[in-house]
Write a protein that binds this ligand. Structure first.
Ligand code: 0RQ
Length: 492
């Protein structure tokens, strides 16, 4: 089919973007992220800088992306500001050195912030697609993220048509964009697998400034194999959920699961998949990652709703060779729908996310190392945690070979407050915080979840602090952090 849009090289596409502009790129994790145009933009930035001219843009995406986008642009010092989430080594360096301004956002808010104009004008949408029709119907690839909003709101559209992804991806997506207040109605999703939108994003074809053809796989890495610690965390979560079913607090038919990204999350899903008391379940989550696919094949997972299909290339090939099987079992939605507080509360999601730090009262830090350095961002963890049926946080009881205790007297940065966090799980055990006052919570977390090497110090801290509803010593609350900064270990 011949298309009525200018066919551009990546360099020609990059030349349509000017210094100081804000670009909305597709990508939620490396899945579906724009690749060839960001790399060409990075080259262009380097040339401009070499000629003594400024070239820095604002980069807005769904969430983290691949190395071609965040990595190349950060290495080229081409990013003036960045939101809402990243997980790239070079981008993290640029942020923590102050070269790139970063603001961390709940992912469910991003699309409405773009529509409300809170982030200023989006000058161009650079979006990867499997197909575009002459009348402007766009089939996205392995993620939706915020791409539909960028496509609708940007001044102009540049598409990367990536032939690595089959056009038969048509039907995997459910594109729905809510009305904005004061006209917003409920989001019409009443079950995990319900669709309420269209398979494609529709745009006025005259807004498409050009298309670039490419053939590149997603830059998704592989997970570390589960180890004794991540396996035990997974088993503890699965045992906790089985006990909730037994007690009648979770219905026997079970509830939809949201699971975070990363090694621990992969192990948790694996453990849930083999637990004899957990029935085959559904996910209403953000990222559909490797372990989800094997659970589906084993019929332990009946359906997965997410905004990205973040699986390594070998698994994606497997999906592409059996598209009909997987199309019936998954849907990709915009991130403002997957993470929507209204839907999360309605469906009764059990949320499971990973913490960097948990303090003894149940506050959680998901984002900052030692209070200062940004790791990745809050991602969707807040969208789900605050509205979950039961919210669970997992972490190992020690990090960095034992030099760090993620269980601390006071979080060095706060993302999720004690009001939203209900259960904490490490490989040591489970702290159920529901219905407990601050001191009871502290005893539960230190007694059940902390590592034996740090338990005595945490208990001493608890014994020494006196008074008030939430006993705390402002003088000593950060002793463990301070010791780490001075000696390289939190151990006394
Ligand atoms: O360091 O990479 O050098 O080995 O942090 O930690 O244990 O491998 O766990 O990959 O799951 O990442 C919170 C960062 C955990 C992630 C975080 C070090 C540790 C290791 C990674 P290395 P692990 P994970 C949305 C879900 C926020 C967003 C979110 C995250 C590295 O889960 O970004 O929840 N979450 N999204 O050694 C210093 C500590 C540390 C520490 C761990 N206390 N101090 N370093 N590390 N704890 C919802 C969805 O639906 C997807």
């Amino acid at each position: 089919m011949s298309l009525p849009f200018p066919e551009l090289t990546a360099q020609e596409a990059a030349s349509l973007i000017k210094d100081g502009q804000t670009i909305g790129f597709s990508g939620f994790t490396p899945a579906g992220a724009a690749k060839v145009i960001p790399r060409a933009l990075a080259e262009r930035a380097k040339e401009e800088h070499a000629a003594g001219r400024p070239f820095r843009i604002g980069v807005v995406t769904g969430a983290s992306t691949g190395d071609s986008l965040d990595g190349s642009l950060a290495d080229a010092e081409a990013v003036a500001w960045r939101t809402p989430y990243q997980s790239n080594v070079s981008m993290r360096k640029a942020i923590n050195s102050g070269k790139t301004h970063f603001f961390d956002m709940h992912l469910s808010l991003l699309q409405q912030w773009v529509r409300y104009g809170f982030l200023g004008k989006i000058h161009a949408a650079v979006v990867e697609a499997a197909e575009v029709t002459p009348d402007g119907q766009i089939t996205l690839t392995t993620s939706v993220g915020a791409a539909n909003t960028f496509l609708h709101q940007a001044d102009k559209i540049i598409l990367e048509i990536n032939s690595h992804h089959p056009t038969e991806l048509y039907g995997f997506h459910d594109i729905y964009e809510p009305e904005d207040p004061p006209h917003r109605r409920e989001i019409p999703i009443y079950s995990t697998h319900q669709r309420c939108g269209e398979a494609v994003v529709r745009v006025d074809p005259s807004r498409i400034a050009g298309i670039v053809f490419s053939d590149e796989e997603d830059e998704v890495g592989t997970f570390k194999d589960p180890d004794a610690v991540t396996n035990k965390i997974g088993e503890n979560v699965a045992d906790f959920l089985a006990a909730e079913i037994r007690s009648g607090r979770i219905p026997k038919s079970f509830l939809p699961i949201q699971s975070g990204v990363g090694n621990i999350a992969n192990a948790v899903l694996g453990a849930m998949g083999v637990h004899p008391e957990i029935p085959a379940f559904e996910m209403y989550s953000e990222v559909i990652q490797d372990s989800v696919i094997s659970l589906m094949e084993n019929e332990r997972l009946q359906f997965a709703s997410g905004t990205s299909l973040t699986v390594n290339p070998a698994i994606l090939d497997k999906i592409y060779s059996n598209l009909d099987f997987f199309r019936r079992r998954m849907v990709l939605r915009p991130q403002e729908i997957t993470n929507n507080p209204e839907v999360v509360r309605r469906l009764g999601i059990v949320s499971i996310n990973t913490a960097i730090e948990v303090d003894i009262f149940g506050n959680v830090n998901s984002t900052h190392i030692m209070g200062s350095n940004m790791m990745n961002g809050i991602g969707g963890s807040g969208d789900f945690t605050r509205n979950a049926y039961i919210s669970i946080f997992t972490c190992p009881s020690v990090a960095k070979g034992g030099k760090i205790s993620p269980i601390v007297p006071l979080c060095s940065h706060l993302d999720h407050s004690e009001h939203s966090v209900q259960v904490v799980v490490t490989e040591q055990g489970i702290a159920d915080l529901r219905g407990k006052d601050p001191l009871e919570r502290a005893r539960e977390i230190v007694g059940n979840c902390s590592h034996p090497d740090y338990r005595e110090e945490l208990n001493l801290h608890l014994k020494d602090v006196i008074g008030g509803h939430t006993p705390q010593s402002l003088n000593r609350a950060f002793n463990m952090h301070q010791r780490f900064l001075e000696t390289g270990s939190m151990q006394g």
